[in-house]
Write a protein that binds this ligand. Structure first.
Ligand code: TYD
Length: 292
């Protein structure tokens, strides 16, 4: 995958931390500041005073405060070599061109703490439970300090991998216990610690439980043999990229299982097409939903 996104993501996120004072605020305070201060109903809560909305929304009718467009959480998945990075960057530009504020991030990582954990997860040998615990610890930090505040601001959050990767790689690839992963998912993505109004917003989106999940997951589906060919000689492989093709077959099956369990959340893209055709497919998903 293109190394540019890697650099962009890290720098964007560190830049997104604003001042040391801002980073001292807990995520709960950040959410409450955005939702709680403006009113108690979700509609009231999303209403900001003129000038407060930044780039997020056009002004309403005369005398009507502008509405912040609701935050959108989109994750991108696929086996290594599936080619998602360039399309994530292109989508970020497309959303910005529509006047939306975009938070670009990735997992494992996306915060200073989670990036430290990422280095261990991708390079150090460890037992599967340790690996799963570190991944979910990184995810919790990312969720509380970056994703939830960004969604509360009304940003479009484009995240290169999220929990489906854990079910695909640790569950499918490594064969780790899916029930344990489901428990960790419930704990790490529990929305209750993120502020009452945030839970309310999730409830509106039809979440069965108050756990944070993407609104949409774009799965770049590519046969493992083809992905392996694309990766050959690309760079020094990390712990996962160095796995044999059978590992990636199990990972791909893991993604297919996640899609089958929650088809409404997924858009499957045939990543074996030309890059332009893949982009047309990806773009079509977003225009089809009225998001672009
Ligand atoms: P990747 O997203 O492919 O980034 P890059 O393009 O910079 O290599 O790399 C992250 C790796 O981490 C990838 O091999 C999948 C793996 N991974 C897991 O095993 N479990 C997870 O939960 C996540 C998020 C990633």
């Amino acid at each position: 995958m293109a190394p540019t996104l890697r650099t962009d993501v890290s720098s964007l996120h560190l830049a997104g931390r604003r001042s040391p004072e801002a980073s001292l605020l807990s995520p709960v305070q950040t959410c409450a500041g955005r939702f709680g201060a403006a009113g108690s109903s979700p509609e009231e809560a999303l209403r900001l005073r003129p000038g407060e909305a930044g780039s997020a929304a056009p002004a309403g009718e005369k005398g009507t405060p502008p509405l912040v467009a609701p935050g959108l959480f989109i994750s991108f998945e696929g086996i290594d070599g599936a080619g998602k990075s360039t399309h994530i960057s292109a989508l970020a530009e497309a959303f910005k061109a529509k006047g939306r504020a975009v938070t670009l991030s990735r997992e494992p990582g996306g915060t200073p703490l989670a990036e430290k954990l990422r280095a261990m997860i991708l390079n150090d040998v460890m037992d599967p439970l340790t690996e799963a615990l570190l991944i979910f610890a990184a995810r919790r930090d990312h969720l509380t300090t970056v994703i939830a505040p960004a969604l509360a601001r009304g940003d479009v959050v484009l995240c290169d991998r999220f929990t489906d990767a854990t079910f695909a790689y640790q569950g499918g690839g490594r064969g780790f216990d899916l029930d344990v992963l489901s428990k960790l998912e419930l704990w790490a993505q529990d929305a209750r610690g993120l502020g009452h109004d945030f839970v309310h917003e999730l409830g509106k989106k039809g979440e069965a439980a108050a756990i944070v999940q993407p609104d949409l997951t774009v799965w770049f589906d590519l046969p493992p043999e083809e992905a392996a060919q694309r990766l050959t000689g690309a760079r020094v492989p990390d712990k996962f990229e160095a796995q044999p093709v059978e590992f990636f077959r199990r990972v791909a099956q893991g993604y297919a299982d996640r899609l089958a369990a929650d088809p409404g959340r997924f858009a499957r893209i045939d990543a074996g097409q030309t890059r332009e055709a893949v982009w047309q497919s990806v773009h079509g998903v977003f225009t089809g939903k009225g998001w672009l």
